[in-house]
Design a protein around this ligand. Structure first.
Ligand code: 13P
Length: 259
């Protein structure tokens, strides 16, 4: 049975004060949560502070990106070895911000996936289509290509203990989430696509939804059988909202996974 994962992607938001306060508030609110894995991904500069602040809590540390190289003359980058060293576990790769602003290709992102696996870290592979691709019916085609870049180089086994985050680009930061039915259809397809290679791997892989997840739409999204949690942007910056979303996952999955 899959264990849901709700992860906060803080993006380019934070300060020493904010990290301290937000983590303190999250710890208070999530002290007794069970039935859902929780992670936060602060900016790289605050990972050490966040790790310290999370000591003794069940909230895992995540990060927002990794370089393909482990060390060397690569100015300004963060390596998988460093992320492992600092105690980060879930590492976001292929976010649309990187695909768009850094022109990262599916093949380059597959290399990031490989370097994370080599260090025993958990990739959170973001995939998803643009508005235009969506409106021209290319959603499955785009997601397939993004997943195949990893499947064809590393094989289906790479998805053991890995996470896929389906984040339609048109839903990110727009307040316009995919409907639960729309998202479920894509999640189901992603699992089916992996199952063609290895059904056991497909069954265990966590597929998060991301894109304008809020306290209002979380419960309904999580009620879908193939939506195993969320990658949350804006709403993860408010402890109350993030905790409400996590509790919605706990409640929904108690019934969905058992039914
Ligand atoms: P929002 O929840 O702010 O739409 O961001 C989603 C996202 O990009 C998470 O990685």
């Amino acid at each position: 049975m899959r264990h849901p994962l709700v992860m906060g992607n803080w993006k380019l938001n934070g300060s020493t004060k904010m990290v301290k306060e937000l983590i303190r508030n999250l710890r208070n609110k999530l002290n007794s949560v069970s039935g859902c894995n929780v992670a936060i991904a602060p900016p790289a500069l605050y990972l050490a502070q966040a790790k310290q602040a999370l000591t003794g809590s069940k909230i895992a540390l995540g990060a927002q990106d990794v370089d393909v190289n482990l060390s060397g003359a690569f100015t300004g980058y963060t390596s998988a070895e460093m992320l492992k060293d600092i105690g980060a576990k879930y590492i976001i790769i292929g976010h649309s911000d990187h695909r768009t602003y850094h022109k990262e290709s599916d093949e380059f992102i597959a290399k990031k996936f490989a370097v994370l696996k080599s260090q025993g870290l958990t990739p959170v592979l973001c995939i998803g289509e643009s508005k235009e691709e969506n409106s021209t019916g290319k959603t499955k085609q785009v997601c397939t290509h993004q997943i195949d870049a990893v499947l064809n180089t590393l094989g289906a086994s790479a998805f053991e203990n890995s996470v896929i985050a389906y984040e339609p680009i048109w839903a990110i930061g727009t307040g316009k989430s995919a409907t639960p039915t729309q998202a479920q259809a894509v999640h189901k397809y992603i699992r089916y696509h992996l199952a063609k290679q290895d059904s056991a791997i497909a069954e265990q892989v966590i597929i998060q939804y991301g894109g304008s997840v809020t306290t209002s739409n979380a419960a309904e999204l999580f009620s879908q059988p193939d939506i195993d949690g969320a990658l949350v942007g804006g709403a993860s910056l408010k402890a109350d909202d993030f905790a409400t979303i996590i509790n919605a996952a706990v409640t929904a999955k108690k019934t969905v996974y058992l039914s």
